[in-house]
Write a protein that binds this ligand. Structure first.
Ligand SMILES: [Zn+2]
Length: 240
């Protein structure tokens, strides 16, 4: 049982060291994540607008080609007006000419609207560009800062992680699960000890009978106030 308590406390000490290294990074990792998210959201809106604008331009060009073809047909109809042989033929030609006029006007109106839409999209695209550039520059800087910090602690961190892996296998599975659970809920501390008759986690006094029980090392006690697992002072001292 003493070894079980010792492994747990050792694990806590190692995780404290890792937490310290993590703290050196400050809010950089969170800042980088936020920036990446904002950029990807902006970028997808930006790409959509560019695609929409290109689609509009393509549609306009198709319209222009169709209008050209219609004008060409109209020219032919008009030429044929001079050589009609009867009223029926004349009527059908003038009808075709009028229809082409109407179709061409429709396309013109449609193209005017498309030009307007493209202008609006272009404005929106241009308004996003400086922000996107700014955020991307900021992200690159923060990523570089983070890289420098991570790099400078890399060797130390790897060494601590190796140590941790060696200790982790010694900790009993249920203890480990409980440790992780408390650690997550209690700001990184899952295992504490007794200092000046109090829990070193929440600083509430531990009754003397309970302290005696804890010192017997026959089971794992938790603090009545904060719920953290408690190892006796001598176990903690042997590791500090
Ligand atoms: Zn406590």
């Amino acid at each position: 049982m003493e070894e079980r308590l010792r492994s747990l406390y050792k694990l806590q000490l190692i995780d404290d060291q890792l937490d310290e290294l993590e703290a050196l990074r400050g809010d950089l990792p969170a800042t980088v994540r936020d920036l990446e998210l904002r950029i990807s959201q902006l970028r997808s809106g930006y790409d959509e607008k560019i695609a929409e604008k290109e689609e509009s331009t393509a549609k306009r060009e198709t319209n222009l080609k169709e209008m050209e073809a219609m004008l060409e047909n109209q020219k032919n109809y008009k030429a044929r007006l001079y050589s009609v042989r009867n009223n029926k033929e004349y009527d059908s030609l003038t009808k075709a000419i009028d229809q082409a006029d109407e179709e061409i006007r429709k396309k013109e109106t449609e193209n005017e609207a498309l030009v307007e839409k493209e202008g609006r999209l272009q404005e929106e695209i241009e308004s996003v560009e400086p922000l996107l550039t700014e955020l991307e520059t900021e992200l690159a800087e923060k990523q570089e800062d983070l890289k420098v910090i991570v790099k400078s602690n890399e060797r130390e961190e790897n060494k601590i992680r190796e140590e941790r892996a060696a200790v982790e296998v010694k900790v009993k599975k249920p203890d480990y699960a409980k440790y992780l659970q408390i650690r997550k809920a209690k700001n990184g501390k899952g295992v504490v000890t007794i200092r000046r008759n109090a829990c070193s986690g929440c600083h509430n006094v531990i009754p003397s009978q309970r302290q005696l029980d804890i010192r017997k090392k026959d089971r794992i006690y938790t603090c009545d106030s904060c719920g953290r697992m408690i190892v006796p002072g001598d176990v903690a001292d042997s590791l500090n």
